[in-house]
Design a protein around this ligand. Structure first.
Ligand code: ADP
Length: 320
């Protein structure tokens, strides 16, 4: 019964999401009902609205083989500047070369006179941020399951010399089987020569590593993604990011001072706290590597589920 209820609720939420919430004034920028890739002779029928980000709107579509996909649409009027064009092409180039079970699959890319379209794997259960809002916190077994998948994706990105630079719950999506898919490569960077360091200040305030903000002379590298993994783990287990406050400046101050606490009313295991503290080290060279994180005892300290049930969208699953 629980499963049936969960299914009905998910359907309701999907229906709500499917209502295109765009205001009327933007109507002229809405993509056609049937989006056509003329070069390949493929078409995608728009059936719902999934979400909106900085530049893009993301729609659910059905392709010619009746498969459901997500299409990320960027209106050309939004990428008039050279800088924005370069950013979009970088996102496409990087995302296109990444093929991993825990990274949103990039299928196609094409344009018409109005928009650039990216056809992506559909992630039925939205982002992990959506789930956190509904659930408030994740259980430790769920966090173990998701963290192993996230770290797998991070290891692959490092092998491909890609730093994501914007890992956060809002950019981690869940597919129909509740597996993690890393998405949104809008801030990702390619390390073209070993040892190269990046100097652009970017990221999302709550998840940004201290060296990005305070060591601009020296630059940053792959360790910024490790930092974000620590912020993600804390957020999953506690329900809000460690350095969160109302003002961005105050968040940065807390990051600089490494000031965060484990609230007493939200009990988490000592080994989880230990792992989080080791990752949230101000010195990037002192942080554990991805392999070292996976070796931490927390991963063996309690149940490790083989999968997460869809019912986890509405309430804590029972893994015992
Ligand atoms: P931006 O790069 O502009 O921030 P995102 O890639 O974050 O855009 O996408 C915006 C929103 O669209 C997301 O928050 C999510 O709700 C939805 N979305 C994006 N990609 C997918 C996908 N592959 N499957 C399902 N929903 C998606």
């Amino acid at each position: 019964r629980r499963e049936a209820e969960a299914k009905a609720k998910a359907e309701q939420e999907r229906a709500a999401r499917d209502k295109d919430p765009e205001p009327k004034k933007r109507e002229h920028t809405r993509p056609p009902t049937v989006i056509v890739d003329r070069e390949k002779g493929a078409s995608y029928r728009r059936i719902g609205f999934l979400g909106e980000g900085g530049f893009a709107r993301v729609y659910e579509v059905v392709d010619d083989a009746h498969d459901r996909k997500a299409v990320k649409v960027v209106n050309k009027s939004n990428i008039k500047t050279k800088r924005n064009k370069t950013k979009l092409w970088a996102e496409i180039k990087l995302h296109q070369m990444l093929k991993h079970p825990n990274i949103v699959r990039f299928d196609e890319c094409f344009e018409d006179s109005d928009n650039v379209y990216m056809v992506l794997e559909l992630c039925d259960h939205g982002s992990m941020m959506d789930l956190l809002r509904r659930r408030k916190r994740y259980t430790e077994p769920e966090a173990r399951f998701y963290l192993v998948q996230l770290i797998g994706a991070c290891q692959y990105m490092q092998d491909m010399n890609v730093i994501h630079r914007d890992l956060k719950l809002g950019n981690l999506f869940l597919d129909k089987n509740m597996n993690v898919k890393v998405g949104d490569f809008g801030l990702a960077a390619l390390i073209e020569n070993p040892g190269d360091r990046k100097k652009t200040i970017c990221g999302t305030p709550n998840y940004i590593a201290p060296e990005v903000l305070f060591d601009t002379a020296n630059g940053h590298s792959f360790e910024v993604d490790v930092w974000s993994v620590g912020v993600i783990l804390y957020t999953l287990l506690i329900g809000k990011p460690p350095f969160q406050t109302k003002e961005v400046k105050a968040i940065y101050r807390r990051i600089r001072e490494n000031r965060y606490e484990f609230p007493e009313d939200k009990e988490i295991s000592a080994s989880a706290q230990n792992l989080i503290m080791s990752i949230l080290n101000r010195d990037p060279l002192e942080r554990p590597t991805l392999d070292e994180i996976l070796e931490h005892s927390w991963f063996h300290d309690g149940p490790f589920p083989s999968h997460v049930p869809v019912s986890a969208n509405d309430g804590p699953p029972d893994f015992f």
